[in-house]
Write a protein that binds this ligand. Structure first.
Ligand SMILES: NC(=O)c1ccc[n+]([C@@H]2O[C@H](COP(=O)([O-])OP(=O)(O)OC[C@H]3O[C@@H](n4cnc5c(N)ncnc54)[C@H](O)[C@@H]3O)[C@@H](O)[C@H]2O)c1
Length: 294
């Protein structure tokens, strides 16, 4: 496998493109928005420079990575890929329409993967005539750093497709772990209730932002507190994942907390919008708690 395309150049898509390109795959990154595409390109260039500065890769490897990525807003230019990874916003109808169109237009042997955090891979597969070649390839954020790829088999995914994607993940020096297709899979089924509970605790005044995050870091050995992690993931993404689990698992414990819903409605989405539980206007690190919580 040599030619890979990624759909969506947001938080996850640009990281996925960078990772494949670093390992010498030829990558086409497609987004419907040229602004998102420009932002994605800038993020990739900045990340690669940082890796060179930290001696993680050489300047030559960074240059090769850059040369391996094409950026496009033309959907047709991604169709001749051996693997297409969809990383658009967490919305079932949007993803279903993309899988339907890809299936109609791509060669029969193209594998279609989704980086969804929670949406049913089985439902996406059912929009295609290649159900055996549809799979979940759930990278973690930030993609270039995090080792895990959660591989999700739908009820139709063939062993051959799982084997190809597992081996491919290893070529990226990632560790693939396979799960079955349930809302939220394993990672978010366990993570999101914790994040939701942290937000509920803040909302009820149990503790402030710094102390909630500090307790989980110092007490549980987490590298990042749940509120900071929610900002990094994107508060809109967290809300969407909780809603998918609420509807899919039919359990009210997954209902997004009202403060989370409020922040999303106000456009406070975390790192990507400049403010969430922390304020990122002066620093991309979670140094300053947002004024409304301080
Ligand atoms: N953010 C995380 O930490 C994280 C982690 C793992 C998985 N995910 C999953 O990855 C996917 C992407 O999440 P994200 O955080 O990168 O979202 P994001 O909001 O940062 O980016 C989404 C991108 O999709 C683009 N897009 C929307 N509609 C499109 C279309 N029709 N065609 C092409 N591009 C389109 C947008 O322009 C945007 O650039 C979601 O399914 C999410 O659940 C997110």
């Amino acid at each position: 496998m040599k030619n890979i395309s990624v759909i969506g150049s947001g938080t996850m898509g640009n990281g996925i493109a960078q990772t494949f390109a670093l390992f010498n795959f030829s990558v086409t990154l497609y987004d419907i928005s040229s602004e998102s595409l420009d932002k994605g390109e800038k993020t990739i260039l900045r990340n690669l420079q940082r890796m060179v500065n930290k001696d993680k890769i050489t300047q030559e490897e960074a240059n090769n990575t850059v040369a391996n990525i094409k950026y496009t807003t033309n959907f047709d230019s991604i169709l001749n890929s051996e693997l297409i990874i969809e990383a658009v916003s967490e919305n079932l109808e949007l993803k279903e329409s993309i899988f339907k169109e890809l299936d109609l237009k791509c060669p029969n042997n193209t594998i279609l993967a989704s980086n969804t955090s929670s949406i049913s891979i089985t439902k996406l597969a059912e929009k295609t005539k290649r159900k055996d070649k549809v799979i979940g390839m759930h990278f973690m954020n930030p993609v270039p750093i995090m080792k895990l790829v959660e591989i999700i088999n739908s009820k139709y995914t063939s062993k051959e497709t799982t084997d190809i994607i597992t081996n491919l993940s290893k070529k990226l020096e990632k560790i693939p772990l396979t799960v079955n297709d349930f809302p939220g899979f394993i990672s978010n089924r366990i993570l999101m209730p914790m994040i939701n509970e942290a937000i509920e605790s803040l909302d009820q005044g149990v503790a402030n932002v710094k102390n909630i995050d500090g307790i989980m870091k110092l007490g549980m050995g987490h590298p990042m507190g749940p509120l900071q992690l929610a900002d990094l993931i994107g508060l809109d993404v967290c809300k969407s994942i909780l809603e998918v689990m609420l509807n899919g698992l039919k359990n009210p414990k997954y209902k997004p907390n009202k403060l989370l819903v409020q922040l999303v409605n106000e456009g406070k989405l975390g790192v990507k919008s400049g403010e969430g539980f922390y304020d990122y206007s002066n620093s991309k690190k979670a140094e300053f708690v947002s004024k409304r919580f301080s």
